[in-house]
Design a protein around this ligand. Structure first.
Ligand code: APR
Length: 274
């Protein structure tokens, strides 16, 4: 169970030992599953459960926020509550070790907004949070990328009750401006200033080896990153208990699919080079 073949072990060790080899990791919700955070498209995933009145994917749009800000906030606050108590797992910790080992040769691109890579100890300048980070909020209707820490709401909110006024007031700044979660919504586009998308793409263009971890590959920039590395002749290693088009693409382009949890496979990869 969960073995790494000798061929792959050899390729991995050679890549890590080669001072010219650039290695990047691209993570999705799967890496945080073992920290107790639901994925998006799994059985009890966020995009399946939703809120009282709307389908879940509607919640994550500017349009919905403009019309029903408190309902959208309510949904996010309960997600944030879950993230707050979540702790990094062995998969996150293995990527911290990898950064320590590789230094300048490592960069981490994450679709996750739970902030667990930073909590685990990866350096902020090496982590590109291309979908944002729910530990922060910013003024809605402003292009100013001023990030403020998310208030520390301590209680889980009842989804069937309206958002308490005291909570609402914490989601506005002193001038009464409405704040929004610092996340990229479905009807928005990537940008460098808020989401470091150009940096992520540049990392992909320079990468010799890409680890894709716990993602179904449903969003556009991760798909471009995968294809960019493959088209430049880089090696792809996908880690996922399920088969996805990312794992298929990895195999077709001469790479590998480690079929299992990242909390098991990432520490195993690190053991090979530690
Ligand atoms: N280890 C590794 N992978 C896992 C694990 C695990 N322990 N558990 C589940 N997975 C895999 C699932 O098999 C699935 O392929 O994680 C993947 C999670 O996929 P999604 O729920 O689609 O999450 P993700 O790919 O991160 O979604 C991408 O979509 O809606 C947007 O903004 C949202 O960032 C998100 C993006």
């Amino acid at each position: 169970m969960h073995q790494i073949s000798e061929t792959l072990a050899g390729i991995w060790k050679t890549a890590v030992d080669d001072p010219d080899c650039q290695i990047i990791a691209l993570t999705g919700a799967g890496i945080s599953a073992e920290s107790g955070i639901p994925t998006f498209r799994g059985e009890d995933g966020y995009w399946k459960i939703g809120s009282m009145n709307y389908t879940p994917m509607e919640m994550a749009t500017v349009e919905k926020f403009r019309n029903y800000p408190w309902e959208v906030w309510h949904w996010y606050l309960n997600r944030i509550y879950k993230h707050r108590s979540a702790q990094p797992n062995d998969g996150h910790r293995a990527l911290v070790e990898l950064e320590k080992l590789l230094g300048e040769r490592f960069q981490l691109i994450t679709q996750n907004v739970d902030g667990l890579h930073l909590k685990a100890g990866n350096s902020p300048e090496k982590v590109y949070e291309i979908h944002g980070n729910l530990n922060y909020m910013r003024i809605f209707d402003s292009s100013r990328p001023n990030l403020l820490p998310m208030p520390n709401f301590v209680e889980e909110l009842d989804p069937n009750e309206p958002l308490p006024e005291a909570v609402k007031s914490e989601l506005q700044d002193e001038a009464g401006n409405l704040m929004r979660p610092h996340v990229l919504w479905f009807d928005e586009i990537y940008n460098e200033e808020l989401y470091r998308s150009e940096s992520a793409l540049k990392a992909a263009q320079e990468a010799d080896l890409l680890l894709t971890i716990g993602t179904t590959g449903a969003t556009s920039l991760p798909a471009v990153i995968l294809k960019t590395v493959a088209q430049n002749g880089g090696t792809i290693i996908d880690i996922n208990p399920e088969v996805t088009w990312f794992s298929d693409y990895a195999m077709i382009s001469g790479g590998y699919h480690l079929k299992g949890p990242s909390g098991v496979f990432l520490p195993k990869l690190m053991k090979l080079v530690g």
